[in-house]
Design a protein around this ligand. Structure first.
Ligand SMILES: Cc1cc2nc3c(=O)[nH]c(=O)nc-3n(C[C@H](O)[C@H](O)[C@H](O)COP(=O)(O)OP(=O)(O)OC[C@H]3O[C@@H](n4cnc5c(N)ncnc54)[C@H](O)[C@@H]3O)c2cc1C
Length: 386
């Protein structure tokens, strides 16, 4: 057993890195060497772009341990990694979410053949190579199960794929069908009413609710729990996602950690916390959520009575150099924000300067303040605009 860790932060993604950068005495664990900017998977799958990643040790100059945490005993305050054993004063679990294609029959094989745009660079490259070579047919895209990483990602992928085919002059050779387990394409009703007309206008058929039951990859047919089926030539689907198996208790049926939605402690513990995608908190699994939760917890660690208000902020490219945002908090399910060109450039800015911004967070903070649901609701941006 080695030394007692003051703040053991598990996972160097958006939540873990934001938290560690704000603490003077943390030990950051990650099974990988790199912090990955996950939106780049979308650009790899559609445009063949490189994965955007940086060495964690390069961003975080404190104590970094490149170790995989295998178990945490919350009662004994003990961490077991693949290399060592530790005790801690406080633990903050930020291990994100992982894809579980094996939970749906046939989905694992589909992902091996055609990849997907949300789980890894290898899978995203498979999507890119498929998109680059396909000539015609029925494309099925969408969401297989209600719990997954980054709610707008499948709609964004589909709209941008349509744009690529249109610009290549081959759009007429394809039918595009979008499946969703929700009522409508997007889970939040108000935002669905912004995104659905755009999809329809681009000739994308929305089929919902459609919860994927199984896929027959030989017949190229997808079956739903609702009793429907769909034939495809090309399918690019978001798999179900799961939480974690490093703790045995305090998790829900999908492995997400039961976390107090405002104070961010693991329920029943005052020395254990969870942030980001790994929690059961009813807020979008997004980088903005992970970031804002980490900022709230930093304030709480300083003795302030700060509470996380459920705020999230998910940018969505809708093609033709326009974008919108899904902005919500616990009080507002989502605001109605129509796409604009200026939002496209705001998102591009984040894509380009992410690794600078994660270390200089004043810019992110002022941007998030500008789009605060309480202020933003009454502004002209909720009208159709340029
Ligand atoms: C295609 C795509 C587009 C996206 N676009 C956006 C966007 O535009 N805006 C937005 O806000 N969000 C976006 N997201 C979502 C966003 O990237 C995630 O929600 C965010 O990264 C979650 O942060 P996190 O810190 O909870 O987890 P992650 O960033 O996933 O980090 C988890 C870390 O934990 C480490 N880890 C896991 N298990 C262990 C273990 N046992 N031991 C040690 N280390 C471990 C992992 O290696 C990883 O580094 C997108 C995601 C995808 C896939």
């Amino acid at each position: 057993m080695s030394k007692v860790l003051r703040n053991a932060v598990i996972g160097g993604g958006v939540a873990g890195l934001t938290l560690s950068l704000g603490l003077s005495d943390s030990t950051l664990f990650d099974s990988g060497e790199y912090h990955i900017y996950q939106p780049s998977l979308l650009y790899t799958s559609l445009y063949g772009k490189d994965e955007k990643k940086r060495s964690i040790a390069n961003i975080y100059r404190g104590e970094f341990r490149n170790e995989k945490v295998k178990k945490i005993d919350l009662d004994d305050r003990r961490i077991i990694s693949n290399k060592n054993e530790y005790t801690y004063d406080r633990v903050i679990i930020c291990t994100g979410t992982y894809p579980d294609p094996g939970s749906i029959e046939g989905l694992g094989r589909l992902a091996e053949d055609s990849g997907d745009f949300v789980s890894s660079y290898t899978n995203a490259m498979k999507v890119y190579s498929r998109i680059s070579s396909m000539k015609s047919g029925t494309i099925v895209t969408g969401i297989t199960y209600p719990v997954y990483r980054f709610p707008p990602v499948a709609i964004e992928f589909t709209i941008l794929l349509e744009e690529i085919l249109r610009k290549r002059g081959v759009r007429k050779n394809f039918e595009i069908k979008f499946i969703s387990p929700f009522i409508g394409a997007y889970p939040a009703r108000v935002m669905d009413s912004v995104l659905t007309p755009i999809m329809k206008e681009r000739g994308i058929e929305i089929i919902s609710p459609f919860n994927v039951d199984r896929i027959d990859v030989n017949k190229r047919e997808i079956y739903s729990l609702e009793g429907d089926s769909l034939i495809y030539d090309h399918a690019f689907l978001v798999p179900p996602f799961r939480g974690t198996d490093i703790i045995d208790k305090c998790v829900n049926e999908d492995g997400f950690i039961n976390t107090d939605k405002e104070k961010l402690n693991i329920k029943g513990y005052d020395d254990a916390f969870a942030l980001g995608d790994v929690t059961s908190i009813p807020s979008a699994k997004s980088g903005a959520t992970a970031y804002l939760e980490a900022k709230t917890l930093l304030r709480r660690f300083k003795g302030e009575d700060a509470l996380y208000d459920g705020r999230t902020n998910c940018p969505v490219y809708v093609g033709d150099k326009r974008a919108t945002f899904v902005v919500s908090n616990y009080r507002h399910e989502a605001l109605r924000i129509y796409p604009r060109r200026s939002y496209y450039y705001a998102r591009k800015f984040l894509d380009m300067f992410y690794f600078y911004l994660i270390r200089h967070t004043e810019l992110i903070d002022s941007y998030l303040r500008r789009f605060d649901p309480e202020r933003f609701r009454s502004q002209e941006h909720t009208q159709q605009g340029p």
